[in-house]
Design a protein around this ligand. Structure first.
Ligand code: NAD
Length: 457
């Protein structure tokens, strides 16, 4: 079937109103839950085959998150989908007012390769809970995971409800050329721009989950050992290929030596003396990304790591010593296991570096000074962040996850995903037993009454 035909069928199916039935949504999600639990081992194997992701990281960052999101949707869809009564406006007396969460209709989800299962199926769960049809396009760079995603969807869903279109840029562009009711995209900033342009053609609303250069600040009061441990974990999980990984480190000069020592020790504790032989350290996804990252290492000096093996797409966990702000590594998002360390002396030095870059997806501060953390949270605009740890704000589905400015538009997780995929329709139901004449012409002599009604004094 061609892409326009798939979409046409989904549009026709949506028009039958079946997806608006809450029990249909619940049943679909329950079937999905059963199948993703049944296929968990295959998903984990596919992730390993695609970029040597360990089973542990596969469970922690992919399968457990999706299972929890689907369960959350099943548990809450009825209450979230129930119209919410709000206070009526006095001007409309007598009336009641409600907000209806209605599905947008036919939706498109485009996923990246770095968490290829989780970033495809988490938004999918919310899109179904909200009552939409979905065309899902997984990333072509993780073909094994893409295949499993397709198999799961084909077994669980009527293709008129949910279907997978596999492929790369041509397929993605053909999908984007269609008229959708909502587009949910996760990926890079340049492709995000392509998506936004395509969506603008039909004024289609979008969520753009993009990337950026996320700073990590360690001030002179921080617990250095704990900071080193938590940064090693958040930076090198998934082989450093995480959109919210700390991108560069700004550390108070006084703490530099202690931090470098602790950081090196933590790398050894996590991955051994030679991380290339560790089962827990993933590979770079392909040669293009390996070469891109390799270029960032040229002419830099290493405080830790710096080893590479192109045959394996391996880059060791690496800490760079004070790269120039003009260097390759400080130009854009790194998206790999390379962490530049830049030391600062005065708080104002921090500002001159952070403000050089667009609004980041994530922001991290390690400090024991609450006032310092609060000040930075207020001062800088960023998608989301954590104080005294890295990446863990992602794990709380009560928090909206997303970017701002160049790092994205919109947010999701838990109820936020349901809301993202729902149009909030405001409806007033007027009573007929009274009809206050104030608003009707002729207006002569009614202005005072209007001012009182509108509380204008
Ligand atoms: P990407 O933008 O290259 O690809 C994402 C998707 O877009 C893929 O499905 C791909 O097939 C498609 N695509 C690629 N080029 C396209 C084009 N020219 N036209 C239309 N479609 C195209 O991103 P990626 O390399 O898969 O992922 C890495 C990027 O994603 C990083 O920048 C990272 O920060 C970001 N990311 C963001 C989040 C988030 O939640 N905000 C999560 C993961 C990754």
């Amino acid at each position: 079937m061609t892409i326009p035909q798939i979409l046409e069928k989904q549009r026709t199916f949506f028009a039958t109103q079946q997806t608006k039935d809450i029990s249909y949504r619940k049943k679909s999600l329950q079937k999905l839950l059963k199948e993703i639990i049944r296929r968990e081992r295959d998903i984990l194997k596919a992730l390993h085959d695609d970029f040597r992701k360990s089973e542990y990281e596969g469970v922690m960052t992919e399968t457990s998150i999706v299972i929890s999101e689907v369960k959350t949707m099943i548990k809450n869809v009825s209450s979230w989908a129930t119209p919410k009564r709000v206070m009526p406006a006095l001007l409309n007396f007598p009336s009641s007012a409600k907000i209806y969460s209605e599905p947008y209709g036919t939706t498109l989800i485009i996923a990246p390769w770095n968490y290829p299962y989780q970033l495809a199926f988490s938004p999918l769960a919310g899109a179904i809970a909200a009552g939409n049809t979905v065309v899902l396009k997984p990333s072509e760079l993780t073909p094994n995971t893409s295949t499993i995603c397709k198999e799961i969807i084909e077994r669980v869903f009527d293709p008129n409800h949910v279907t997978v279109v596999e492929g790369g840029i041509p397929e993605s562009q053909e999908l984007l050329a269609q008229r959708w009711d909502y587009i949910f995209f996760t990926g890079s900033v340049p492709v995000g721009r392509i998506v936004a342009k395509a969506a603008a053609e039909y004024l289609t609303p979008v969520t753009l989950e993009l990337g950026g250069k996320s700073p990590c600040i360690i001030d002179d009061s921080a617990n250095i050992k704990l900071a080193a441990k938590r940064i090693v974990w958040g930076k090198f999980i998934n082989g450093g290929q995480t959109c919210i990984a700390p991108d560069y480190l700004l550390i108070h000069k006084r703490n530099k030596d202690e931090f470098v020592k602790a950081f090196t020790e933590e790398i050894i504790k996590a991955y051994g003396e030679n991380p290339e032989t560790s089962d827990d350290f993933p590979r770079i996804v392909n040669s293009r990304n390996f070469d891109r990252l390799h270029k960032m290492l040229e002419n830099e000096s290493f405080l830790a790591g710096g080893k590479t093996n192109r045959d394996q797409y391996y880059i060791s966990p690496t800490l760079l010593d004070e790269p120039s702000l003009e260097s390759e590594v400080m130009k854009g998002e790194i998206f790999g296991p390379i962490l530049p360390l830049i030391s600062y002396e005065k708080e104002k030095d921090l500002h001159s570096i952070i403000s050089k870059y667009d609004k980041p997806l994530a922001f991290y501060v390690f400090t024991n000074k609450k006032s310092f953390a609060k000040k930075l949270i207020k001062q800088y605009s960023f998608g989301g962040g954590t104080i005294n740890d890295t990446t863990v704000h992602f794990a709380n589905h009560n928090l909206p996850f997303g970017g701002v400015g160049e790092s994205g538009i919109g947010g999701y997780h838990g109820k936020h995903t349901f809301d993202t995929f729902s149009h909030k329709k405001g409806v007033v139901i007027r009573g007929n037993w009274l009809d206050i004449p104030t608003r009707y012409a002729p207006y002569k002599g009614k202005l005072k009454q209007l001012r009182t009604l509108m509380k204008l004094g």
